[in-house]
Ligand binder design. Sequence first.
Ligand SMILES: NC(=O)c1ccc[n+]([C@@H]2O[C@H](COP(=O)([O-])OP(=O)(O)OC[C@H]3O[C@@H](n4cnc5c(N)ncnc54)[C@H](OP(=O)(O)O)[C@@H]3O)[C@@H](O)[C@H]2O)c1
Length: 294
Amino acid sequence: MIVVTAPMGNIGSQVLVNILDSGERIRVIARDPSKLPARVLGRVEVIEGSHSEAAVVAKAFEGADRVFWLVPGDPRAPSAEAAYVDFARPACEAFKILGVKQVVGISALGRGWPEDAGHVTGTLKMDDLIASTGVSYRALACASLMENVLRQAALIRDHGAFYWPTPGNLKEPACATRDVAAVAVRLLLDPSWTGVDIVPMLGPEDISFDEMMTIISDVIGKPVQYHLMSMDDLKAMMIQRGASEGMAQAMVNMMTAKNEGMDHLVERTASSSSDTPTSFRQWCEDVLKPAMSA
Ligand SMILES: NC(=O)c1ccc[n+]([C@@H]2O[C@H](COP(=O)([O-])OP(=O)(O)OC[C@H]3O[C@@H](n4cnc5c(N)ncnc54)[C@H](OP(=O)(O)O)[C@@H]3O)[C@@H](O)[C@H]2O)c1
C-alpha cells in the first residue's frame, strides 16, 4: 500500500492522479477530505487529519509499505526547524514502529551549504531524521519550483510586473512540479531500491528572471517587467501576510543563500536532465497561460 501526504497540493495532487491506475492500494491523508477531487473519491482510502499528528500517521501508515512525504512548511510555525523537523517527528516514529519500507520525500537543493539557509536547512535536517529511522529514502532535492511564478499571476496579468529579491540576470536551476511528481511516482512504483539517496531535480537548464520575463511576455502576449525587491521588503511582506518572524527570516536566509550560489552545488547530469525535461517556456504554455486566463 502507498500512502500519499498533501494529496491536494501542487506536487501531491499530481502524484496521486498518476498512481490512481497503478493497481496499488492507495491511502491519502487529508485535513479536509471533502476537498478531494471527485475522480479520486471511492478509489482511495482516506485518513482525515494532518500528517503532523501522531494519531493520524499511526492510522495512515498501518499496513503501508511506501509513503510519499511532503511537508507544507507552515509560514506560521515559529522556525524552519519547527516547520519541517518537528512536523515530521511523529511520522518518523511511525515509520519505525509500523515498518514502512520506502519513503519518497520532497526536499531541496543545498546539502553542503555552510550557512543557515532557512527552509532548506530545516528540510535537510528533516531528511536526516527520516534517514535515521532506517527506512529506504529518496529525497527529491528540488530547485526553485516554476510554480512559484503562479503566486504572482494576478500581478503579471493586471500590472505586467513581477517582484523577487534575486538579481534579474542571475541564472538558477528551476523545475516544474509535474517532473517532480513523475519521478516520485516512478520511485513509489518500484519496490527494488534500498538505502538513502538524493535525487536532484534541476530542470533542463539554468534560467534568469530576466529570461523568464521575456518568455512570459512572449507566451501571454504582454510585456512583463522584472522588479528587484529588497530582502527587507520580502520579510516585511511575509510578516504582513501572517508569517512568523522566524519563518520570514528563514525565507530571507534561503533567498540569500540561493543568490550566493547554493543551488549550484550540484552539477546537472544526463540523468537529472532527463528526470526534469520541462522547459520554462513549455511550463508557461501549459500552466501559466491557462491559469492567467482562468
Ligand atoms: N517552492 C519552491 O521553490 C520549493 C523548492 C524546493 C522545495 N520545496 C518544497 O516543496 C514543498 C511544497 O510543495 P507543494 O508546492 O506541492 O505544496 P503546496 O501546493 O503548498 O501543498 C501543500 C499542501 O499541504 C496541505 N497542508 C497545509 N498545511 C498543512 C498542515 N498543517 N498539515 C497537513 N497538511 C497541510 C495543504 O492542503 P490542505 O490545506 O487542503 O490541507 C496543501 O495542499 C515544501 O516542502 C517545500 O519546502 C519548494
